[in-house]
Design a protein around this ligand. Structure first.
Ligand SMILES: Nc1ncnc2c1ncn2[C@@H]1O[C@H](COP(=O)(O)OP(=O)(O)OP(=O)(O)O)[C@@H](O)[C@H]1O
Ligand SMILES: [Mg+2]
Length: 352
C-alpha cells in the first residue's frame, strides 16, 4: 500500500485463515526524487506518459525492496500473492477512470510472487466510485453483532466505514485527511508532516476561513462519494488566500476542517454509533484526535490496535485481503458503498 500521503510503502505479511494473523510489517519511505515525481504526476503536465511509466518502474522496485525486507525473517514462507494497490495519481470516477500507477509485471518478475493489481477500475466500469474499497474488509474483520462500530481511516484522504449491528454497511471518503495538513506545513516549514499536530496547536482557529473552507460542496454532497488530491490540494487551499493569515493559524484551521469533515459525516450518516476506531497515519496526530473527541464527546474513541490490528497496518492488510478475494473469485466491492451496479471481482492477476 502506498497512499495519497506519499509518505512511503506499507507492506504487511498476513496469514488469511479464519482470522487474519499479522506476521510482519515494514514501512519503506519513498525516496525524495520518486516522491516529487509522483506528486508532480497528480496534476496535468508535459510528457506524462513517459514520466508515469518511469515512476511506475521506480515505485515497483521500491515495492519489491519492501517485500524483500518483509520476507527476510521468514525464508520458508512462499506467499500466495502480493496485493499491490499502486499509487493514485488521478481519481476521476465521474469521467470513468482512476489511475493507480505501478508496474505489476515488473513486481512479479522481481519477486517471483503473483501480483494482484488495479483493484479500482472494475468497480468504476460497473458505474461505481472505485472507492472506498476497504469497507468490505472492515466489515469482515471488525463488525460486531451487538455494538455499532465506525472505522475511520485518516490517510491522505479520510474515509469511514459504518458498521451497524444489522442493515447496510455504509462507507465513503469524508474529505481531507492528512493531505492539507502535510501540504501546508510542507509549503511553509519544508516539513513532511506536523508531528503530533504541535505546530498547528501554536495557532488559533480562524472561524471565518473555516466557514469558507467548509462551504466546499464535497462536504455536504451525499454518498456514494470519493475524492483525492484532484480536489484537496495546495492550489485549492490557495484560492482561499491563506497567506493573508499567520501560517500556524491556518494550520490550526486546517486541523479543525479535517476534524469537522470526519465528525460531521459520522453525526449525519452513522447515527447511534457506539465505538469509533481510528487508523491510518493521522491517528498519530494528537491534536487532530483531540478535536475529534471534542466534536463527538459521547462516543468511545479508540484505535484499531484495540481490535488487534495496528493503526499503520489496516490499509495494507485490506489490500492483502482484497487480493485473496480476487484469487478465490469473490467480490471485493460493496455496491452500497461505491455505487456500482453490483458486486464485482476486482483486480488483474499477474502470475508468478
Ligand atoms: N507523528 C505524526 N504526527 C502527525 N501526523 C502523522 C504522524 N505520523 C504520521 N502522520 C501522518 O500520516 C501520514 C501517513 O499516513 P498513511 O500512510 O495512513 O496515509 P496514506 O499513505 O495516504 O494512506 P491511505 O491512502 O492508504 O489511507 C503522514 O503523511 C502524516 O501526515
Ligand atoms: Mg502511507
Amino acid at each position: 500500500m502506498s497512499g495519497t500521503s506519499l509518505d512511503g510503502v506499507d507492506a504487511v505479511l498476513v496469514d488469511l485463515g479464519e482470522n487474519i494473523e499479522l506476521l510482519n510489517s515494514v514501512h519503506h519511505p519513498l525516496k525524495a526524487n520518486l516522491r516529487n515525481a509522483l506528486l508532480l504526476l497528480n496534476t496535468p503536465g508535459n510528457n506524462e506518459l513517459d514520466r508515469s511509466a518511469q515512476a511506475a518502474i521506480q515505485l515497483s522496485q521500491s515495492y519489491a525492496e519492501a517485500v524483500y525486507q518483509l520476507l527476510k525473517p521468514f525464508p520458508s514462507i512462499a506467499p500466495a500473492a502480493i496485493g499491490c494497490h499502486g499509487q493514485t495519481v488521478r481519481h476521476r470516477p465521474e469521467f470513468g477512470y482512476t489511475i493507480q500507477l505501478s508496474n505489476p509485471a515488473l513486481l512479479a518478475e522481481l519477486t517471483s510472487i503473483s501480483v494482484v493489481a488495479d483493484f479500482r477500475s472494475r468497480d468504476i466500469a460497473a458505474g461505481g466510485q472505485g472507492a472506498p474499497l476497504v469497507p468490505a474488509f472492515h466489515a469482515a474483520l471488525f463488525r460486531h453483532p451487538s455494538i455499532h462500530r465506525v472505522i475511520v481511516n485518516i490517510g491522505g484522504i479520510s474515509n469511514l466505514t459504518d458498521l451497524p449491528t444489522s442493515g447496510n454497511i455504509k462507507g465513503f471518503d469524508c474529505g481531507p485527511g492528512n493531505v492539507l495538513l502535510d501540504s501546508w506545513i510542507g509549503a511553509i516549514e519544508g516539513k513532511l508532516y506536523d508531528d503530533d499536530g504541535q505546530w498547528g496547536q501554536k495557532g488559533k482557529l480562524i472561524p471565518e476561513l473555516l466557514e469558507r473552507l467548509l462551504a466546499e460542496p464535497y462536504f455536504s454532497a451525499p454518498p456514494p462519494k470519493s475524492t483525492g488530491r484532484d480536489l484537496f490540494n495546495l492550489a485549492w487551499l490557495h484560492t482561499f488566500r491563506p497567506h493573508d493569515h499567520r501560517p500556524e493559524d491556518v494550520q490550526a484551521t486546517l486541523v479543525e476542517l479535517t476534524a469537522r469533515g470526519i465528525a460531521d459525516a459520522i453525526a449525519t450518516y452513522c447515527r447511534g454509533a457506539q465505538e469509533i476506531y481510528l487508523c491510518g497515519g493521522g491517528a498519530r496526530n494528537g491534536a487532530l484526535a483531540n478535536r475529534l473527541k471534542a466534536l463527538l464527546p459521547n462516543t468511545a474513541w479508540r484505535l484499531t490496535d484495540d481490535l488487534g490490528l495496528p493503526t499503520d497496518c489496516v490499509e495494507a492488510c485490506a489490500f492483502a485481503w482484497l487480493a485473496q478475494q480476487t484469487l478465490v473469485k469473490k467480490a471485493g466491492n460493496l455496491p452500497d458503498v461505491t455505487g456500482a451496479k453490483g458486486s464485482r471481482i476486482l483486480g488483474a492477476i499477474y502470475p508468478a
